[in-house]
Design a protein around this ligand. Sequence first.
Ligand code: SF4
Length: 368
Amino acid sequence: MTKAVALLSGGLDSTLAVKLMLDQGIEVCALNFTSAFCTCNSGGRHKAEGKEHGGCRSEARNVAEKFNIPIKVLAKGLDYMEVVRNPRHGYGKGINPCVDCRVYMFSLAKKYMEETGASFIITGEVLGQRPMSQRRDTFRIIEKESGLIGLILRPLSAKHLEPTIPEINGLVDRAKLLDMAGRTRRPQMELADDLRVEDYPCPSGGCLLTDKIFSKKVRDLLDHKNDITTKDLHTLKIGRHFRHNGVKLVVSRNESENAKLKLMAQPGDAVLEPIDFSGPVAVVAGNGRLNGRNAAVDMAARLILRYASSSSKSPGGKSIRVTDGEQARPAGGPSRTAGGQARPAGGPELIVIAEPADDETIEEIRVC
Ligand code: SF4
């Protein structure tokens, strides 16, 4: 039986592409990519309906389960950040390196194709749907750079494209492939009805790298850090970000971020919390040596006052506790360090008296 690997996001287009292949009697192995930058983790429609939902990964799993096909989930690793840092083909409207990102994913898909003994790869891409990565010329670049010339079949748009090797070899019936193009989604919706693909998820996922505001935080991280960690990436999604004399400061925006920031704090980070007033938590990355005050900690304390409730801004300043990230984690956080040692219940702390930062200072040091 002919076998294909499908890049399955869990969205409508890739779901339809899989269905078209299954209807041709082709065995399909799904491959789903996850990323720290995916926005499809809020639950959306499925959560509202009380169904289990963990973002695209769950949507892709649901589709695979419905079609009874195997699925492999691959996380874009930290090596992906080098793609974001230095894309050969540039960025879109944010810091999204779409062409290079597709090359990255297809290169991994090629390995999976070889492992599974599949003959080709399918995707739900539609010609002209996305300005950067779904153009005829970029399709060619992506195929060439991922070593997959003639081996990427796009069933929804195949009739607009050169026949692929599986079509030429008769593994796939080109006559049954489609000629969708452009940004309208109506044909996909109609096809979903025709093929009785029901209960499909949001039509397309989101990527934070396309967000201009979020992109500023990513650029700042890339400009200041070489050995980026998973924690760095997740911290980008929390709080207001500042850079003061090269040191990163993050200030939470609400109660739930207070807990998240403390949970993410690492040994060596300084964690600042209001002592006797209501206000945000701040983290000074990698600057938690409590053997003396420093300018970054002082600035973070001023930022806390700046974003605290107005009743907290009485003259004379307010007290803020500074602890090392090791001690600051909230109850429920890991009770052991990465090295396996028990986390100390208490630890050295510093009390800082601060006045709020003014608007000019905020603008000067704000990343986003
Ligand atoms: S939008 Fe994001 S995930 Fe999609 S191709 Fe571009 S960079 Fe990659």
